[in-house]
Design a protein around this ligand. Structure first.
Ligand code: RB5
Length: 142
C-alpha cells in the first residue's frame, strides 16, 4: 500500500483516531492526520470537509473518519459527490463497502467500537479491492 491515508476526527473520535494512527504508522503506511488534536469539543462537519478536500486533490486516496458514533461525520462527508463514505461496525461491512461500493472513506465510531475490532475493520478496508463489473454500474448511478 503506497497511497496516503488521510485521517480526521472530532473529539468523540479523537482517541480511536490516535490508536489507528499508531497502528498504521507501525505498519509503515503513509498517513496525514488532519486533526482534531485533542479531546476539546469541535464540530465534526468541519473535519469531514477538510478530509473531503484532501481526497479530491489526491487521486485514489483513502480517508478514515472518526466521531463518537461515526454517523454524523459520515453524513457530512457524503455531502461531497466524490466521497463514498461507509460507516462500518464489522469486518464484513468493511469488506463489502470496498468490493461492492468502492468506498473511498471509512467512518468509525470511537464510542461504539473496540480498538481491536477497529484495527481489523481498517485492515480489511485498506486491503480489499473493488470488484467492478455490475457494481461499477451501480456506483456510477449514485
Ligand atoms: C459529539 O458529542 C458527537 O455527537 C459526535 O462525535 C458524533 O457522534 C456525531 O455523530
Amino acid at each position: 500500500m503506497n497511497k496516503i491515508i488521510f485521517l480526521a476526527s472530532d473529539h468523540g473520535g479523537f482517541s480511536l483516531k490516535e490508536t489507528i494512527k499508531k497502528y498504521l504508522i507501525n505498519n509503515k503506511i503513509k498517513i496525514e492526520d488532519l486533526g482534531c488534536s485533542s479531546l476539546d469539543a469541535v464540530d465534526y462537519p468541519d473535519y469531514a470537509k477538510l478530509l473531503a478536500s484532501k481526497i479530491e486533490n489526491n487521486n485514489n486516496s483513502f480517508g478514515l473518519l472518526f466521531c463518537g458514533t461515526g454517523i454524523g461525520i459520515s453524513m457530512a462527508a457524503n455531502r461531497f459527490s466524490h466521497v463514498r463514505a461507509a460507516l462500518c461496525t464489522s469486518v464484513e461491512m468493511a469488506s463489502k463497502s470496498r468490493k461492492h461500493n468502492d468506498a473511498n472513506v471509512l467512518a468509525l465510531g470511537g464510542r461504539i467500537l473496540t480498538e481491536e475490532l477497529s484495527k481489523e475493520i481498517v485492515f480489511e478496508f485498506l486491503n480489499t479491492k473493488f470488484e467492478k463489473g455490475r457494481h461499477l454500474l451501480r456506483v456510477k448511478k449514485i
